[in-house]
Design a protein around this ligand. Structure first.
Ligand code: SF4
Ligand code: SF4
Length: 465
């Protein structure tokens, strides 16, 4: 009787061990296949080898009897139950320490605005007379080859030309946006068609759904707050104009940057991809702004080179993500691998909620991969610091832009190495789901990313085609 009982115990523990290690082997095999399909050959090989090891463990531990086998099987049952519990539990929530900023940003102080200043022009003289501290930094940047220039490190005669074409097209869209903005408060010029009586709940849903149908990855709505706005415009014809926002709501949306182009960063394909997504997002924003005007509402698109507000903050408050170590928006499913555009309007839309994500901030706190890999040494290694009334990481925009002027591209190495930038597929989304539910998973996921992809992954060479 005792013999039969011990045989049964041994049988049950063998089955549990088979199931546990069989599941581990299957998950690793699935991850290996996904990695190969993503073009990640080395991680794919490592995962395939790990899957083989898991299978051997399953067979060995399953068939061989040894003392304590039932205890071990019990441990595996607990681990499986913990996995199921973690998968279905609610995401961790709570403050991220970032809160509501008291920002007061003049667009003229941004690197793009400063680099637009023509040496010797009255604007140039006046800006550096007011900001002598910035003159030396900017002179250094101006002495370098420059964005899309022939003498730059990643010069590519074809891709740079195509990038320039895209930025040229965006320039046309800025003109279209100007016309759209000028008609903003003149009901007659909208053809008198709009009646301003579209149901706000329906309209909010429609605008977000339409943005995604037109190619956005995510879309959200927020009320506009003062800290979203630049105090003054700093670029193009609008330079020096105070920002006076009469709209009440903003629709923010993200567009995905192609994964294969991003992982070549800082080579030319990443900049071409940036220009394409700025163009795509600008077209989309203009379409939505135009539609709102036809419905009778005031509306304006905020597109590359023509912003009245700080897009990452607007997108964060519209519930699209968090602001991470790189100082940009980190979305839940694509991390920083997005571009953002915004439409502002006086339509009384339904605002979404900012969803603080403490696990993403915790991940950034311990990860630091972008800081380790940044060729400009522009991303801080330390903890968040107080800036503009909130705790945040603040990158060194000057040294980042200087590196762009050496590379000839907008670099994007930080975006390429970020563990949140992996493709939006089942494997990575399951990991992202676990990360949002457990501090331990944050640490395990980071260790796994380092093990599979390396602490300082090398850029993928651009395709020759
Ligand atoms: S690389 Fe790491 S530290 Fe940098 S933004 Fe991504 S998760 Fe945060
Ligand atoms: S774009 Fe390049 S230089 Fe700038 S912060 Fe990212 S990695 Fe550093």
């Amino acid at each position: 009787m005792q013999y039969i009982w011990s045989m049964e115990i041994s049988g049950i523990s063998s089955v549990i061990i088979f199931i546990f290690w069989g599941l581990v082997a299957a998950a690793l095999l699935f991850a290996a296949v996904t990695s190969f399909r993503e073009g990640e050959t080395m991680p794919g090989r490592k995962l395939l080898a790990a899957s083989g090891v898991a299978l051997i463990v399953a067979l060995t531990l399953g068939y061989v009897d040894f003392p304590g086998k039932m205890v071990l099987a019990g441990v595996f049952v607990i681990v499986m139950m913990a996995g199921v519990y973690l998968f279905f539990r609610n995401p961790l929530s709570g403050p991220t320490g970032q809160g509501t900023p008291r920002l007061n940003v003049d667009e003229a102080d941004t690197m793009f605005a400063r680099m637009e200043l023509l040496a010797g022009s009255p604007e140039f003289e006046s800006y550096y007379a007011d900001n002598p501290g910035k003159a030396r930094e900017d002179a250094r940047a101006r002495s370098l080859p420059g964005l899309l220039s022939a003498g730059s490190l990643y010069h590519n005669p074809v891709l740079f030309q195509e990038t320039d074409v895209n930025f040229g097209l965006i320039k046309y869209l800025r003109q279209a946006n100007k016309k759209l903005s000028e008609t903003d408060y003149d009901p007659g010029s909208r053809g008198g068609k709009g009646t301003r009586d579209t149901d706000p709940v329906w309209l909010s849903r429609y605008l977000k759904k339409r943005a995604v149908q037109l190619g956005a990855h995510s879309a959200g709505i927020t009320r506009i707050h003062d800290y979203h706005l630049y105090t003054r415009r700093g670029r193009g014809e609008a330079r020096g104009r105070p920002v006076k926002m009469l709209h009440t709501h903003a629709i923010a949306f993200t567009v995905e940057m192609d994964f294969d182009s991003v992982r070549t960063a800082p080579a030319a394909p990443v900049t071409l991809e940036s220009s394409r997504q700025y163009l795509n997002s600008a077209t989309l924003a203009l379409e939505l702004a135009g539609l709102l005007q036809r419905l009778g509402y005031a509306a304006r698109a905020h597109i590359d080179g023509d912003y009245e507000l700080i897009c990452p903050l607007v997108a964060r408050d519209a519930g699209l993500g968090e602001i991470g170590r790189m100082g940009v928006l980190m979305t839940p499913r694509l991390g920083p691998r997005v571009r953002i555009a915004v439409v502002t309007t006086d339509a009384p839309l339904l605002a979404d909620m900012y969803k603080p994500d403490p696990t993403m901030i915790e991940f950034c706190r311990i990860c630091k991969k972008c800081a380790d890999c940044c060729p400009g040494k522009s991303i801080p290694q330390g903890d968040m610091e107080e800036a503009g009334g909130v705790m945040r990481w603040k990158i060194d925009a000057e040294s980042c832009y200087r590196y762009w002027c050496i590379a000839g591209t907008d670099c994007g190495r930080c975006m390429a190495v970020c563990p949140f930038s992996h493709p939006d597929n089942v494997m990575h989304n399951v990991i992202r789901r676990f990360i949002r539910r457990s501090g331990l998973m944050v640490k395990l996921a980071l260790a796994g990313d380092d093990l599979l992809y390396g602490r300082r992954p090398k850029p993928t060479p651009p395709s020759e085609e």
